[in-house]
Design a protein around this ligand. Structure first.
Ligand SMILES: *[C@@H]1O[C@H](CO)[C@@H](O)[C@H](O)[C@H]1NC(C)=O
Ligand SMILES: *[C@@H]1O[C@H](CO)[C@@H](O)[C@H](O)[C@H]1NC(C)=O
Ligand SMILES: *[C@@H]1O[C@H](CO)[C@@H](O)[C@H](O)[C@H]1NC(C)=O
Ligand SMILES: *[C@@H]1O[C@H](CO)[C@@H](O)[C@H](O)[C@H]1NC(C)=O
Ligand SMILES: *[C@@H]1O[C@H](CO)[C@@H](O)[C@H](O)[C@H]1NC(C)=O
Length: 378
């Protein structure tokens, strides 16, 4: 994608491809980016999500009954009649079932514009949605096209297939903003980079990579072990089981198997018995006295990543003195590392090739430089 032209002793790069940086803002606790659709371009606010694959936008024909909006934010619906380049396909319907909501609609195609770069993008125009609290017009799914809405190609795979990605990778710095009850939409400085990655700016030390599993659907790698060290109570919990770890920016917390949630909590300042009967952890118990390490990746090529208790605090459980429990449980042997984990790292997803037939996917995480760590803004 990048042609090098040698002029005398200097090497000048003529880039036909691009690196696209999308700013990440926080609207009422949701992390969003902006993508324009149509001609003339109309900007849409989208929740970016590595745990799903579809770009969808509420359609202008969707009534307040079918697409209720109690988010407190106005939405900009997609209006195909207002775009010279848009097309909708009522004969190609589809629906998507998320953990937190459901949408259905039809295939659409139009010009997408980000950072002065335009390309044709397929997406879903939504005519029914239960995401009534979503302070955005839709989702920007970043996982595999193989599990996307019918006839759509996920946003970044589409960018690669249009030869617009300088490198077959994207990078994520979620930003330093943390939502609170007092300030649910804090200033944020996150960046989602397509076609390159910005670890030189954000990361402290090297990005440590692990290979992702095939077939590629979501960003999934083998689980190798969980350690919780607690220097106050002198405990060192270590456990492993057969499962996978999924990196999902669309989940707020860390999901662990139901079978292990009780012993995991017993290594923290709380007990599962208390948490499950509504006990609200004090944010002041999220300290550097305890830490959580996860070992991931294929056997023989695994890597260990660590966060301290203070890095897992999500204020706003009724009030800002109380924080949400960092672990949820689910009926699966897999672990989901959600936003509360991922926000502490610079994340790189490297596809190895822009051609789906030659993908060699890996995901890497590097700790953030201290000035980029998320913190509550006073
Ligand atoms: C939403 O739009 C309405 C009508 O244009 C406007 O009165 C209102 O202030 C907007 N609300 C927000 C939160 O921007
Ligand atoms: C969404 O909610 C806002 C604020 O309550 C309201 O102004 C707006 O009309 C609603 N609907 C849409 C489609 O934005
Ligand atoms: C969609 O755009 C058309 C053409 O500009 C306009 O007539 C129509 O009112 C718009 N629909 C909505 C729901 O905004
Ligand atoms: C949708 O996908 C099907 C199956 O791959 C294909 O036959 C059809 O032509 C596609 N339609 C559009 C409008 O892209
Ligand atoms: C240590 O254990 C005590 C008693 O179980 C508990 O109250 C306290 O929160 C624990 N402290 C830490 C840092 O885990």
């Amino acid at each position: 994608m990048r042609k090098s032209v040698v002029i005398g002793a200097a090497v000048v790069s003529v880039a036909s491809a691009a690196v696209l940086d999308l700013k990440i803002s926080i609207q009422n606790t949701y992390s969003v980016v902006h993508v324009a659709l149509g001609t003339p371009p109309v900007e849409h606010t989208l929740l970016y999500d590595t745990g799903s694959s579809t770009l969808w936008v509420v359609d202008s024909t969707c009534s307040p009954t079918n697409c209720p909006n109690f988010s407190g934010f106005n939405r900009t619906a997609y209006n195909v009649s207002a775009s010279r380049t848009g097309q909708e396909y009522p004969n190609i319907p589809g629906s998507i079932d998320y953990t937190g909501g459901f949408v259905s609609g039809i295939l659409a195609s139009d010009t997408a514009t980000v950072e002065h770069t335009s390309f044709r993008q397929t997406f879903a125009a939504i005519t029914q949605s239960t995401w009534q609290a979503l302070p955005a017009d839709g989702f920007l799914g970043l996982a595999s096209s193989s599990i996307a809405f019918p006839n759509t190609t996920s946003f970044f795979e589409n960018i690669m297939q249009h030869h617009l990605a300088d490198q077959p990778r994207f990078g994520l710095y979620g930003g330093s903003g943390i939502s609170t009850v007092a300030n649910p939409s804090p200033h944020n400085n996150g960046v989602l980079t397509f076609g390159g990655s910005r670890e030189a700016q954000y990361a402290h030390g090297k990005v440590k990579y692990v290979d992702l599993e095939v077939p590629f659907q979501v960003y999934k790698t083998p689980f190798q072990g969980l350690t919780i060290k607690n220097s106050v109570n002198k405990t060192n919990y270590q456990q492993t089981w057969v499962g996978d770890v999924v990196a999902d920016t669309g989940s707020a917390t860390i999901y662990v198997p139901q079978d292990y949630v009780e012993e995991i909590y017993s290594a923290t300042p709380w007990t599962f018995a208390a948490i499950s009967t509504g006990y609200r952890p004090l944010c002041s118990d999220f300290t550097d006295d305890w830490s959580v390490s996860l070992t991931l990746g294929a056997t023989g090529a695994e890597q260990t990543y660590t966060v301290t208790g203070s890095m897992l605090a999500i204020p706003g459980y009724v009030d800002d003195d109380h924080c949400f429990p960092p672990f949820n449980y689910w009926d699966s042997q897999n672990i989901i590392i959600g936003a509360v984990w991922l926000r502490n790292f610079y994340t790189v997803v490297d596809f190895g090739s822009s051609n789906p037939e030659h993908y060699k996917l890996r995901i890497g995480f590097a700790p953030l430089k201290s000035e980029y760590l998320p913190k509550v803004q006073k």
